[in-house]
Design a protein around this ligand. Structure first.
Ligand code: ZN
Length: 82
């Protein structure tokens, strides 16, 4: 929804800064296969991306879908402390 005329470089820089800032603040989430719990799951974006927005593929069991288990790192840390 942003205008591409004028100030494109500025807004792009700002967006990049915001992304970097949020990356520093937000802890990365671990993604797991909902079928077998395999953490080695990757986004399939070779040719499916124009049909479906996001598809995850599990190398272990062959699961393919947009639903994955996401565990935030800080949540895991909290569990360890308790
Ligand atoms: Zn799997």
């Amino acid at each position: 929804m942003t205008s591409k005329k004028g100030g494109e470089n500025v807004s792009r820089l700002r967006t990049l800064r915001e992304i970097l800032g949020s990356l520093k603040r937000r802890k990365p989430t671990e993604k797991y296969c909902p079928k077998c719990g395999n953490p080695h799951i990757h986004l399939s974006s070779k040719f499916d991306v124009w049909i479906l927005p996001e598809q995850y593929v599990c190398d272990k069991c062959g699961y393919k879908g947009s639903v994955v288990l996401e565990v935030e790192e800080n949540r895991v840390e909290n569990k360890r402390n308790q």
